[in-house]
Design a protein around this ligand. Structure first.
Ligand SMILES: Nc1ncnc2c1ncn2[C@@H]1O[C@H](COP(=O)(O)OP(=O)(O)O)[C@@H](O)[C@H]1O
Ligand SMILES: [Mg+2]
Length: 444
């Protein structure tokens, strides 16, 4: 059974029956009615994701029905059927939000294609709506956690590019979530039921990468005992994620580019061409300009891949996401390690918020896993953190202030202690206090 319920609204019995039996043959769940009022009666229980409606009908015309449907259902695509002489009205229907129109007599192939496309779009819209609800409520977008402004920018890019098959180049420091982004794009795309394959170009020796990508025939090289399918074949109709693309040798990049342009290739040692439909997502943690300059990323491949680029912010630029990430990882590792940890205590949270996270989310995730393993309490405390994180803070002395001091006195104490800690370096002191050097001199 295909996904999606389709409601047919048509006053002409023959057209109506023909359409219904076609759609049922194609595996859709269908229902048919003969006018707009009947349609509005059944949508509450049938809940169609697609309505195919005649334009000119007695009682209520297609445009009026379209308006009311949009009012009643949050998600529904409408295809309008027009006859000769009503095309202008059909165009008006599109302006009012119809997905498309189809002229009678109906061209069956075009009909089938239009239905597929409309349902696909509905499916994606529904998924996006669910994902956005999760974002509001949980701060989670697909595989990604975070609500910060830079992450929201990433999410809105993902929403824009997911429905298409365009290539995407993802850039971000190591551990910022490039693979999570790739998986999320796949999950939100029409390919979500197909395979997602990752090839880490840095982890495969140069000599093997070609056969990894394209597969080989038996006997193609020493050690090739069997025919083997490559990533392109395995990812057919799905998505291929090429991680650390700049680690691929330039001559391989040329071959890759050729496959992207022709959508076909030969297995190593093979004669016939194999056609595939693969969406490519690629990632790199090297600055793209730099990789181009050095020649580790070929310009022609770059132009092919960069139809869209997504840049992921380092964790230090989105610290407000840290508490959400911690909560997510505690939950994940609680169930992995059979623990019931609730949270982290305040001091520990401060440390985690103040750390610079050179290893980004991966480093945070590892720190939390370690803490969950060693913690036998409800709260993760300082001593559960990796030693380097604990030391971070023990070196920073604290200031304690008794109630009763004036703001002026407190300010003086903070300035002098900071200056002391910075070993008299006034520039560093001013920076740490968040004031200008001039202000610092004035206060001193
Ligand atoms: N925004 C995020 N939300 C939740 N987990 C994340 C996020 N970003 C990264 N991670 C986790 O951090 C680790 C590293 O992410 P990954 O996508 O492999 O990073 P990269 O490919 O950029 O090195 C993975 O375990 C991943 O699940
Ligand atoms: Mg990675």
């Amino acid at each position: 059974m295909n996904h999606g319920r389709i409601l047919i609204v048509e006053d002409e019995p023959i057209t109506r029956d023909v359409m219904q039996s076609l759609l049922e043959d194609w595996g859709y769940d269908t229902m048919s009615v003969s006018d707009g009022f009947e349609a509005l009666d059944v949508i509450g229980t049938f809940r169609p994701s697609l309505v195919i409606s005649n334009l000119v009908m007695p009682k209520m015309d297609g445009i009026e029905l379209l308006r009311r449907l949009k009012h009643e259902l949050s998600h529904v695509s409408v295809i309008i059927l027009s006859s000769q002489g009503t095309v202008e009205k059909a165009v008006q229907a599109m302006r009012e939000g119809a997905y498309d129109y189809l002229e009678k007599p109906i061209d069956i192939q075009r009909f089938q294609l239009l239905v597929e496309k409309a349902l696909e779009r509905e499916d994606i819209l529904t998924r996006m709506e669910l994902v956005n609800r999760d974002l509001q409520e949980l701060g989670v977008f697909g595989d990604l956690t975070g609500k910060s402004t830079p992450m929201r920018r990433v999410y809105s890019l993902i929403e824009q590019i997911s429905p298409s098959s365009a290539s995407v180049l993802i850039y971000g420091e190591s551990g910022t979530g490039k693979e999570c982004v790739a998986r999320t794009i796949h999950k939100m795309s029409p390919r979500h039921n197909e395979t997602f394959i990752t090839l880490n170009c840095a982890a495969i020796p140069d000599t093997l990468i070609e056969s990894e990508l394209f597969g080989h025939e038996k006997g193609a090289f020493t050690g090739a005992d069997h025919r083997r399918a490559g990533c392109f074949e395995l990812a057919d109709r799905g998505t291929l994620f090429l991680d650390e693309i700049v680690e691929m040798k330039p001559d391989m990049q040329v071959k890759l580019l050729r496959v992207l342009e022709d959508a076909k290739f030969r297995r190593l040692g093979g004669k016939e061409y194999i056609s595939v439909d693969v969406r490519i997502l690629a990632a790199t943690n090297k600055k793209i300009e730099k990789a181009l300059e050095e020649g580790s990323l070929r310009e022609d491949l770059y132009y092919r891949l960069k139809v869209f680029t997504i840049e992921l912010p380092p964790l230090i630029d989105r610290k407000e996401d840290i508490p959400l990430l911690i909560a997510r990882f505690i939950k994940e590792f609680n169930s992995k390690h059979g623990k019931e940890i609730k949270s982290v205590d305040n001091d520990t949270m401060q440390i985690l918020l103040n750390h610079s996270w050179p290893g980004n989310v991966r480093e945070l995730r590892n720190a939390i896993e370690r803490a969950v393993i060693v913690c036998n309490d409800e709260l993760i405390r300082l001593n559960h953190l990796p030693v380097d994180l604990q030391q971070n803070t023990q070196q920073i002395p604290s200031i304690s202030i008794n109630i009763g001091k004036t703001i002026k006195e407190i300010e003086k104490e903070v300035i002098l202690k900071t200056l002391d800690y910075m070993e008299g370096n006034k520039t560093k002191t001013a920076k740490s206090l968040g004031i200008s050097l001039k202000t610092l001199y004035n206060k001193l």
